[in-house]
Design a protein around this ligand. Structure first.
Ligand code: C5P
Length: 500
């Protein structure tokens, strides 16, 4: 039994080297697309035959779709919870690189950080693991490092204000190689593509009293602090609008407005945060701190404004691909709207046709998230002892319903004292359930991934689920919904030591 993660990875790499004809099966979100791209590129570089297949979620029936596509199967960003049947199906031709909660089943080619005391929910994502595999395979794969950071940020592993654990090691390596720029700065979403007014008005962590959701006040605030909102533009910028960082788990409201003011390439355009001079940036930071003090916002909340920001100097400075959070939103927009291949192509360096397509998908993603939030605001949430929930029926896509649930925490619609459970419909008529929790709830004992997995085991009937402490999902037959809600209520009460 290998003692360190490096030893285990080296063993898996040696096994992979001996083989050929790989199928990389990856998840469809930002971490899934970036880890899929890393794995794809790394194996191709070794001269291997590789094909790719993305799936929304790995379920038992997915096996029928992928069987026969190749000889060796590499699962990234899922597989830990499904190892039992993957092992039965693929035997020694199976490789799994995953950061989700594991079960008791093991496999010699299963890499899970939990085996080494590393928390897969907070310290490394699937793209980080894929990168560590790639780097062990070939030093040339250092150039794939930015994708490891994009995936981690997409899975909101920077929620404490910076990436930690193995992620932080990767950041350090990237900074030393000049591939990543790390700045301690304002962490509001949209520093690259969002006009300044929207940059402030969509801030939800922290909420900015009288500024969040108030366009007019944000405009005045910036003007009173002498910050110009527009500047002369000589060239159009990527044609991209702006969007809230939905991460993988939801977070902030979606924005709007493009960078061009008049659509005329020689007209003025809205300035974004990265256009500000150093002096303007520090002026804005000071003004925000004073503003929050005025409203007696506690220091720990004010500190949420600041943290590490990761950007990629090799990208066009005005592209969403130049900053980790915006890059991950772009990938989520692709994957969660059934175009994960477009996201992977962008990860592989395509900045032409696929990139334009991704920008269009981001606008669509933004629209759907906004409509999802409006649906919940209109229809309200139901409440059990241990969680809030809403049933979107067919009104919110099952692939984004979890992101909408996460965004509700920032909406002032609910207090953040319970997890939120969202229900939507899968295409096959079954139900998709997504759960989201806050880090405070996790400190209080909540682990949605384990709760979902255990409740599925109790219910049976083909229900399958799992995930992380803060974000989990599952698939369920409609007839089992009531039983699920009841059992989940008990399980979540138990997790917090509140057993009846
Ligand atoms: O789909 P959603 O965004 O709600 O998924 C949240 C997390 O739960 C993801 O990390 C996903 O991989 C995981 N999940 C799972 N099993 C499912 C559905 C989702 O492990 N059946």
């Amino acid at each position: 039994m290998p003692g360190t993660w490096q030893e285990k990875m080296a063993e898996i790499v040696e096994e992979a080297r001996k083989r050929d004809d790989f199928v990389v099966v990856h998840h469809y979100d930002a971490d899934g697309c970036s880890s899929g791209a890393i794995m794809n590129k790394a194996l191709l570089r070794e001269g291997k035959k590789v094909s790719r297949k993305w799936v929304k979620q790995l379920y038992r029936e997915t096996i029928a779709e992928i069987r026969g596509l190749g000889r060796n199967y590499v699962f990234v960003d899922f597989g830990s919870g499904q190892l039992g049947y993957l092992k039965e199906e693929f035997g020694e031709n199976l490789f799994v690189f995953d950061h989700h909660q594991r079960t008791d089943v093991g496999h010699p080619h299963h890499f899970t950080p939990f085996e080494f005391g590393i928390n897969g929910g907070t310290e490394v994502s699937a793209s980080g693991i894929a990168y560590l595999f790639a780097r062990t395979l070939n030093q040339k794969n250092l150039d794939l490092l930015p994708l490891a950071i994009v995936g981690a940020v997409g899975d909101v592993q920077d929620f404490s204000g910076k990436l930690i654990g193995l992620n932080a090691e990767i950041v350090k390596e990237g900074a030393a190689a000049g591939l990543v720029k790390v700045e301690k700065d304002l962490r509001l979403y949209g520093r690259v593509t969002r006009p300044l007014v929207q940059f402030l008005m969509y801030s939800t962590s922290p909420m900015l009293p009288e500024l969040t959701a108030n366009e007019e006040n944000c405009r005045k605030f910036l003007q009173e602090n002498g910050i110009r909102l527009k500047e002369a533009s000589s060239s159009a910028r990527n044609g991209c609008g702006t969007i809230g960082h939905s991460g993988d788990y939801g977070g902030e409201f979606s924005g709007q407005a493009g960078a061009e003011v008049n659509g005329d390439a020689h007209a003025e355009r809205w300035r974004t945060y990265i256009d500000l001079s150093r002096d303007e940036k520090s002026l804005l930071a000071t003004a925000l701190i004073l503003h929050l003090h005025k409203f007696r916002v506690p220091e720990w909340k004010i500190s949420e404004l600041f943290g590490e920001v990761y950007s990629f100097p090799e990208e066009d400075a005005h592209s969403p691909c130049s900053e980790a959070k915006e890059y991950s939103t772009l990938l989520n927009a692709c994957g969660r709207h059934s175009f994960a291949d477009v996201g992977v192509e962008v990860c592989l360096g395509n900045r032409g046709e696929f990139y334009s397509r991704a920008i269009t998908l981001m606008a669509e993603h933004r629209r759907q998230l906004r409509e999802g939030i409006e649906f919940v605001l209109k229809n309200g949430l139901k409440e059990e002892e241990a969680f809030y929930y809403f049933d979107a029926g067919g009104k919110i896509g099952e692939s984004i319903v979890g992101i909408v649930a996460g965004m509700l925490y920032g909406s002032n619609l609910i207090v953040t004292n319970k997890p939120i459970i969202a229900i939507a419909q899968n295409e096959d008529g079954s139900l998709k359930i997504s759960g989201r929790a806050t880090k405070d709830l996790v400190h209080a004992g909540i682990n949605l991934g384990i709760a979902f997995r255990d409740v599925c085991a109790e219910i049976g009937g083909g229900s399958e689920g799992g995930g992380h402490a803060v974000a989990a999902g599952l698939k369920l037959e409609k007839r089992n919904l009531q039983a699920f809600l009841e059992k989940l209520n008990v399980k979540l009460e138990e997790q917090q030591g509140k057993t009846k």
